[in-house]
Design a protein around this ligand. Sequence first.
Ligand SMILES: *Cc1c(COP(=O)(O)O)cnc(C)c1O
Length: 363
Amino acid sequence: MIKFLDLKKINKSFEPKLSKSIKRVIDSGWFLFGKENEFFEKEFSEYIGTKYCIGVASGLDALKLILRGYIELNYLSNGDEVIVPANTFFASVLAISENNLKPIFIEPDPKTFNIDPKLIESKITERTKAIMVVHLYGKNSINQEILDLIKKFNLILIEDNAQSTGCLYNKVRTGSIGHASGHSFYPGKNLGAIGDGGAVTTNDIKLAQVVKSLGNYGSFKKYENRYLGLNSRLDELQAAILRVKLKRLDIDNDKRAEIAKFYIKNISNNKIILPNYSSDHVWHLFVIRTYDRDALKKYLESFNIQTIVHYPIPPHKQSAYKEYNKLSFPITEKLSNDVLSLPMDPTLTKSDLNKVVSVINKY
Ligand SMILES: *Cc1c(COP(=O)(O)O)cnc(C)c1O
């Protein structure tokens, strides 16, 4: 079986370091707000290239806390509009709606799967206060057009960097370009924990302070609460694991890029549209498009090749968002019917890759 992502094998490749760091945390008797989180925040902010990093409990919380932080700082208020790509993962949109802000969906450019910058300006209103870009599948989504819009309309730029840890745009990391960025360390992400984890990065000290406080019940000082905050922390165990994995992230991302190059060079089947290769991409997912996606998925399964669909139902069509179900985003809806993610895992072997390619080419 060629797995879509073999977390057992990936974690094994970090041993004995992972087990040693787990033991170190257990032996320390200290599990929250300790040295591991402190070091991780420092190491991750240095890696991303921002002044501040706050470890939180998940990627969703990172995005939620950024928006909540801007609300507490009075940059955002109830009903303000936040522009977001229509084809993103549900969590990007949930972070917006949970804060009583209004998601304004924009279609992606099917060549990059990322928000189409040409479609943004006509959707900007008096209530538009922020753009949340999503570097979907690991592909950078920042470009000059978006930076110009941010300036022209004085908007807040938030990066959902959940799928693109380590990605470079013009020699700087995604996650350091916007006013604030949310990161996810969900086990399957490029930098994955052994449970949930996330982080906020920013250069804005005020936002950093508010986010840190909001994630700790809204307190700045123990047992004194300034905000109605929540409990959202990166625990010591996850921080210790992430410190080990961060050291090898660039090497692992290079391997992902090699795999993407290999697929692009060798897959040749006129029923399949391949993604374009670009260097501002960390290939969290390798997403192809095909007319009868479910048939291809079944065919690959019959050869023991596992694939996943990211994502079969776009946020505006989810039953949780009844109020948006009537909206129509034809590009997004078409993509959700056509996309299929091939195995993408830095531990895939040459023979695995050869098999995937030869099976697909015979489809
Ligand atoms: C994974 C993901 C999130 C949420 O991260 P969690 O850690 O699972 O909460 C948000 N946005 C995108 C684009 C993601 O892929």
